[in-house]
Design a protein around this ligand. Structure first.
Ligand code: SF4
Length: 130
């Protein structure tokens, strides 16, 4: 088994050189099917590439641990999901996939959960009810 066996999507084609070709490339990448759906097209070629890589990360998890049929959980509700803060924003990570300081391990709260999903325990509210 090679690492390619875990890639549901083929690698993105080489970035074209002219702006017109680049725009067409970004549009084509936005239309590639995947587990994650985005409401808006990627604003740049870099964002398009990041989306492809995100689709591939999640596809790898789903290939190794397919979700149970009929379940529609989100990664943000999973016990293995963590939020880290830095640079004025929050970063989601799946501890089962791996955690690093790189965006190559960033994870989305709304991504469809894999088969390892376990509901996160509810934390008691810090603010008492009045
Ligand atoms: S469901 Fe949990 S273990 Fe599976 S990918 Fe999402 S955060 Fe990771």
């Amino acid at each position: 088994m090679t690492s390619d066996d875990f890639n549901l999507t083929p690698p993105p084609p080489k970035m074209p050189s002219t702006q017109e070709e680049k725009d067409a490339w970004i549009k084509a990448q936005a239309e590639r099917p995947g587990l994650i759906t985005y409401k808006t097209p990627p604003p740049s070629a870099r964002a398009a590439t990041q989306r492809i890589l995100a689709q591939r990360r999640l596809a790898n998890m789903h290939r190794q641990k397919p979700p149970k049929p009929g379940t529609f959980n989100k990664c943000g509700d999973c016990e293995f999901f963590r939020r880290y803060h830095g640079g004025g924003r929050a970063y989601g990570k799946c501890t089962k996939y791996g955690v690093s300081h790189s965006e190559s391990t960033d994870w989305g709260t709304t991504w469809p959960a894999c088969g390892m999903f376990a509901p996160a325990p509810k934390e008691p509210s810090k603010w008492p009810r009045r």
